[in-house]
Design a binder for this molecule. Structure first.
Ligand code: NAD
Length: 474
């Protein structure tokens, strides 16, 4: 289980990473301060009726870290332990993340202090709708203002409630559904959003492991195939990252950690079956053929090539970092490695793939969803049939020139126009690979200590650049 951390340890780590990157930058100090600070934050407390009819007061937050681009964008977290400080730090990560993947938004984050695992669906719905109403009241939500998305403890259902509440309270807004992303498909969501963050993590890891020189330095053969992976958190991000690493990458998922403990099998675990096992029995433990690891945290220290923390921040600290045996840590969660642990791990030669790069797939596809909602048309609708016709013409021309017929069974695959999901996934892959290469180039060309410093520096400079052109009144 995770250790209790001082309240602002996560914020401290983010500040440390930002300040270290800033020390390599030539940006004006005042502008660096502007890029660092949180532009606005709203703390609210509101009453909600519990299932027994009694009233409870719920505390919640929304932080808009940077208004250099609008709308601002960032997920909403449901967790009993969340604080304003943590929300602001998460919002800051969103700003740099958006800049790195070329999403034209400022960063934001929301949080509600409830435990989704112990509260009823009815209670969660009342809380979500009331939280949305509070955001509307203070102008902290809207397609051009601030656009939430899912995060830890929330998913499509909560995003659907937010969209519905917003639409009913802003009845004249034509593109009301663009007020939130990660919605169900039936409420103008986009195919591919559900798996986007985890799939993006896979693309990031794959891009990293294709570099033979970097892998040689770690004593590894290039490529994901056959590598042993341990994943912490089998929620949205962890499940999809593990699934793609296994099914598309050919990796061996040897360990999975959840709140109730961990399971380990040196021959590999089937991610889909483990997920079904946990759903059926409400526990990961006692999975056939696997060893139970009490508490789970010890699994972070087992031998593997890739460790994917995909649950919460501050999971790897100075306390357990010396015992971590992974060669690569791919930060699927936000802030899973604190700055003290980072320094230990770097000295031990562990390659860390930073959160602001690795989990940027979520906001990338959220951006596509927002664009679709603004346009009021799905991406495939305007091109799919046209592409099919062009391909048919091309094949007819080739057949005409060669005198050969294309085998009938091959035709459907060759001529079909792309579905919306195919377009989204292809664009996600391109965004993640380009972002990785850009950060990697910055790391090498500017001789920086690591990829995280490069990612923060790139984020800082891109945001500063945008401020230089607009956003500062004379
Ligand atoms: P989620 O709620 O879907 O899943 C989190 C999982 O972690 C749950 O299954 C939970 O039981 C498990 N967990 C909680 N405490 C644990 C512990 N101590 N040990 C092991 N497992 C534990 O949340 P998510 O959306 O998958 O988010 C996970 C992380 O990824 C968070 O840091 C979040 O900020 C980050 N993230 C999420 C998205 C997204 O699109 N959902 C995007 C970017 C970053």
């Amino acid at each position: 289980m995770s250790r209790a951390m001082p309240r602002d340890a996560f914020h401290e780590s983010v500040s440390h990473y930002f300040n270290r990157a800033a020390s390599y930058s030539k940006v004006d100090e005042g502008l660096i301060d502007q890029v660092r600070c949180c532009n606005s934050a709203y703390r609210m407390r509101f009453p909600v009726r519990k299932d027994d009819g009694k009233i409870t007061v719920v505390e919640a937050f929304r932080a808009e870290h940077s208004h250099h681009r609008q709308p601002t964008k960032g997920g909403i977290r449901f967790s009993p332990h969340v604080t304003m400080d943590e929300t602001i730090a998460l919002a800051a990560l969103m700003t740099y993340k958006c800049a790195i993947v070329g999403v034209p938004f400022g960063g934001a984050k929301g949080a509600v202090c409830i435990d989704p695992s112990t509260s009823s669906e009815g209670f969660r719905e009342r809380v979500t709708r009331r939280y949305t109403a509070e955001l509307i009241r203070k102008n902290f939500i809207g397609p051009d203002i601030d656009v939430p998305a899912p995060d830890y403890g929330t998913g499509e259902r909560e995003m659907g409630w937010i969209a519905d509440t917003y639409k009913n309270m802003r009845m004249n807004s034509g593109d009301a559904y663009a007020c939130v992303t990660g919605k169900p498909l039936s409420m103008h969501g986009i195919p591919g959003r559900r798996q986007a963050t985890g799939l993006g993590v896979f693309y990031g890891i794959r891009a990293c492991m294709e570099n033979a020189q970097d892998m040689r330095a770690l004593g590894l053969a290039p490529g994901v195939a056959g590598k042993r992976v341990i994943v912490q958190g089998l929620g949205n991000v962890g499940y999809h990252a593990a699934w793609y690493l296994q099914k598309e990458g050919g990796a061996l998922i040897t360990g999975i950690i959840e709140r109730e403990g961990g399971i380990f099998n040196a021959d590999g675990l089937d991610v889909e079956e483990v997920f079904r096992h946990r759903q059926a029995g409400r526990t990961l433990l006692n999975y056939p053929g696997a060893e139970n690891v009490e508490g789970g945290m010890a699994l972070l220290e087992r031998e593997c090539e890739i460790l994917v923390p995909a649950a919460l921040e501050n999971q790897i600290t100075a306390e357990n970092a010396p015992r971590v045996q992974a060669k690569i840590i791919a930060e699927a969660a936000n802030g899973p490695v604190d700055f003290e642990a980072e320094s230990i791990l770097r000295q031990r030669g562990v390659l860390m793939l930073p959160d602001i790069l690795m989990n940027a797939g979520g906001v990338t596809v959220s951006y596509f969803e927002w664009l679709k909602n603004r346009a009021g048309v799905s991406f495939d609708r305007m091109i799919s049939r046209h592409e099919e016709l062009v391909k048919r013409e091309l094949i007819a021309a080739i057949e005409g020139m060669t005198g050969l017929d294309m085998p009938v069974e091959k035709l459907p695959r060759l001529v079909h126009g792309p579905s919306e999901e195919e377009l989204v996934v292809a664009a996600l892959e391109q965004s993640m690979v380009r972002a990785y290469q850009r950060v990697w180039k910055c790391w090498k060309e500017r001789d920086l200590p690591d990829l995280r410093t490069a990612a923060f520096l790139l984020g800082l400079e891109l945001v500063a650049e945008s401020y230089r052109h607009h956003g500062i009144f004379p």
